[in-house]
Design a protein around this ligand. Structure first.
Ligand code: ATP
Ligand code: MG
Length: 264
């Protein structure tokens, strides 16, 4: 089971939107996907609600006792973000104990899956860091705005610290610029600044700003399956043209990351 974590302590950078779409993408490639929502806000859990394991949330991964995962027919299995994560965060267990327990729980269930896709909270929290430490790959979604470079600096520092002190094998897939508005000269300039500051850490792709992402997450479908509700666009019940364009674009990004993960 290859473990891939979406991480950025900055809220609203696209971790939840991108990670749940990624889970759908990998599932469509025939992969068995464990989705771990490491955020008690549970945004991605809402979009993947139909795949939730009954009665078991992500906090069970930090429990001393093994998880008894039921055999489920679906391709995506969701451990939803639950309130128990807050107790884990505040518990008096040491950081190394959290990591050891998490690694043990993941190892026990790893055989059933090809990928674990992990969403984390927009905070530099113990739970989020433990999930990064236990991962094989990290992707860093980042909004493109005047603060991009500062945010990128912070999140890159955090990843490098984890690589140095906790998990030398962690592969940084890179910064993934998100909500990029191709019509904005200012965004163009900020992206250029980011690229020149951190060229070697920027994934060679970006995700554009499109309302279809927002609509699709509310519907609980991947953006490429967002259907029109009116006759005006593609026709009622057909995939919206804008959503199809968004889907094509974001799937190319997921494929790029998948190729990297399967060739390392
Ligand atoms: N490419 C995009 N185009 C349009 N809207 C987007 C895009 N990416 C994200 N959004 C919107 O921005 C908001 C924040 O995205 P998301 O919830 O994925 O961020 P997050 O990093 O998970 O935030 P948090 O740290 O609070 O969990 C959401 O309302 C989402 O719909
Ligand atoms: Mg989120």
């Amino acid at each position: 089971m290859k473990k891939k974590v979406y991480v950025n302590q900055k809220g609203g950078s696209g971790k939840s939107i991108l990670s749940y779409n990624d889970a759908y993408y990998l599932a469509e490639q025939g992969k068995r996907v464990l989705f771990i929502d490491g955020d008690e806000q549970a945004n991605s859990s809402k979009s993947l609600a139909q795949f939730a394991v009954p009665g078991i949330g992500a906090s069970a991964l930090f429990s001393e006792s093994p998880i008894n995962l039921p055999t489920l027919p679906q391709q995506i299995v969701l451990l939803r973000g639950d309130a128990g994560l807050r107790q884990v965060e505040k518990s008096d267990k040491g950081d190394d104990e959290l990591v050891t327990t998490l690694r043990a729980r993941l190892a026990e269930i790893a055989d059933g899956f090809d990928y674990a896709v992990i969403d984390t909270a927009g905070a530099n929290s113990r739970v989020a860091n433990a999930l990064v430490v236990a991962s094989d790959y990290a992707v860093l979604p980042c909004r493109i705005d005047p603060y991009s470079i500062d945010v990128a600096t912070e999140v890159l520092k955090r990843i490098m610290f984890i690589q140095k002190k906790w998990n030398p094998g962690l592969v940084n897939l890179g910064i993934l610029p998100n909500e990029y508005d191709t019509n904005s000269p200012a965004q163009d300039e900020w992206l250029k600044q980011l690229m020149s500051a951190y060229k070697q850490f920027v994934l060679g792709a970006f995700v554009t700003k499109r309302s279809a992402y927002r609509e699709a997450c509310g519907e609980g479908v991947p953006v490429w399956r967002l259907e029109s509700e009116s006759e005006d666009d593609a026709g009622k019940g057909k995939v919206k043209t804008a959503a199809r364009t968004a889907g094509r674009e974001v799937k190319a990004v997921f494929k790029m990351m998948q190729d990297k993960m399967e060739n390392t």
